[in-house]
Design a protein around this ligand. Structure first.
Ligand code: PMP
Length: 450
């Protein structure tokens, strides 16, 4: 089987669909031969990127692409504050958590100081967001004595065996665990005026009851606090409160997965859960934490982590290494020094307003939503019925790539443009995004009606 066919990715490269230049085709064959069948490439015409700089990715021919998708390089690609911190530390000491060292302690103090309203008291480090959720699940099991997990219907939380079992966005070929219950994503655009908070709470309560009925004790409710792979669902702020109360009443933990919304992307707070005024037992973090350096982890309350700490020791060779901690400290400094949260709020709004104006002439745009530097554009074949238009979305994503702007799509219907630029995006660059999107929408409409 070819590695690159994936019906679960709207923008996956599909062999034979697009005529590729010889160099690209040869590189894809070499990659398939060397890396095997599990990897996927993005776009019908995959990119070969050799350099990154700010919001730009640059290919071998020197063509610059505006990267509005990469929420890892959240400060911009190769930000000098981070690359300098990494170089300085790697020349001094690159080692693990078996020794005392200041960087990890300073990082823990800095991270925990971002959540004063909670009881989160400890930081544990991992290398990836998947590991963070995996460890969070182990902590939840140890604390509750249960195994039951509740997630939303198109959630993604990671790749490990345990976590893939509660990552339904991996598609029907990856089995969910018998201890996993899915609840509908809280989609305001499709709620027909219902109270979203009430509805989500009811759905979580029903999932808890169903777990119990099957003899499964609930361990945790785990949500990405902006529901990124469910289609970016931030509104109305506060709707998560009832559901978090419900899981706590049932003896389970509430875990906020901040791998996507964390580190200021919402433009209002450091973490997405903070806009809901809730108190998680565990918060998992990752992606932008090292601006590209692999560093992730979790913050937990003393109560939640007590049993796990007693029964297991935790060591993860590369996690919490001095170099990754130095990178993460530089990220925290830069968010503050460059006022990036404010920029995320200001330029994110400009993006959403500009795209909303396009909806006047482009009937495929059913909804424009988001918060901070998260923008979702839901594309539908009919505004009344709100039917997802996956084909149209794929045309738009691939046309944008051809025109030099990189984004992707998400949600169950694969019909929501997912826009997550680096937090440094300027007003002028937001203008490029809006202009290019207008062209791509016009192009897609012409293709569909031809
Ligand atoms: N949680 C969420 C919400 C994610 O989006 C991701 C990655 N896309 C993960 C966890 C897993 O992180 P990683 O890829 O670093 O393992």
């Amino acid at each position: 089987m070819k590695s690159t066919i994936d019906l679960n990715m709207v923008n996956a490269f599909i062999p034979g669909r697009t005529k590729l230049d010889n160099l690209t085709a040869a590189m894809i064959d070499r990659r398939d031969a060397l890396l095997g069948p599990a990897y996927r490439l993005m776009y019908e015409n995959p990119l070969h990127i050799v350099r990154g700089e700010g919001v730009w990715l640059i290919d071998g021919q020197g063509r610059r692409y505006l990267d509005i998708y990469n929420n890892v390089a959240s400060l911009g690609h190769c930000h000098p504050a981070v690359t300098d911190a990494i170089c300085k530390q790697v020349k001094m000491l690159a080692t693990n958590t078996r020794y005392l060292h200041d960087t990890i302690l300073e990082l823990a103090e800095r991270m925990l100081s971002t959540v004063p309203e909670t009881n989160l008291a400890h930081l544990m480090l991992t290398c990836t967001g998947s590991e963070a959720n995996d460890v969070a699940y182990r902590i939840a099991q140890a604390h509750t004595g249960g195994t039951g997990v509740i997630v939303t219907e198109t959630a993604y939380h990671g790749f490990t065996d345990a976590v893939a079992k509660f990552s339904p966005s991996l598609g029907p070929t990856v089995d969910l665990g018998a201890h996993v219950r899915l609840v509908p994503a809280p989609r305001l655009y499709h709620a027909e005026g219902a109270d979203l908070g009430e509805r989500f709470t009811r759905d979580v309560e029903a999932a808890i009851a169903d777990l119990k009925r099957h003899g499964i004790k609930p361990a945790m409710l785990l949500v990405d606090s902006v529901f990124t792979s469910d289609g970016i669902l931030p509104e109305p702020a506060g709707f998560l409160k009832g559901a978090t109360d419900a899981i706590k009443r049932a003896g389970g933990l509430f875990i906020a997965d901040e791998v996507q919304p964390g580190f200021g992307r919402t433009g209002e707070h450091m973490w997405g859960f903070q806009r809901h005024r809730i108190k998680p037992d565990i918060v998992t973090v990752g992606k932008p934490m090292g601006n590209g350096q692999p560093v992730a982890g979790l913050m937990a309350t003393s109560d939640a982590v007590a049993e796990f700490g007693q029964n297991s020791r935790y060591f993860n060779t590369f996690a919490g290494n001095t170099v990754s901690c130095a990178a993460a400290l530089a990220v925290l400094d830069t968010i503050e020094e460059e006022g990036l949260m404010q920029n995320a709020a200001d330029v994110g709004k400009i993006l959403r307003d500009g795209i909303s104006e396009l909806a006047v002439h482009h009937r495929a745009i059913g909804d424009v939503r988001g918060v901070g530097m998260f923008v979702a554009v839901e594309l539908v074949s009919d505004r009344k019925t709100r039917v997802p238009d996956r084909e149209f979305t794929s045309l738009v994503v691939n046309r944008m790539r051809e025109k030099g702007v990189l984004l992707s799509a998400c949600a169950m219907g694969h019909n929501v443009l997912k826009i997550r630029p680096p937090l440094i995006l300027s007003v002028e660059q937001a203008g490029i995004v809006i202009e290019t999107l207008e062209e791509a929408l016009t192009f897609a409409r012409a293709v569909e009606s031809s």
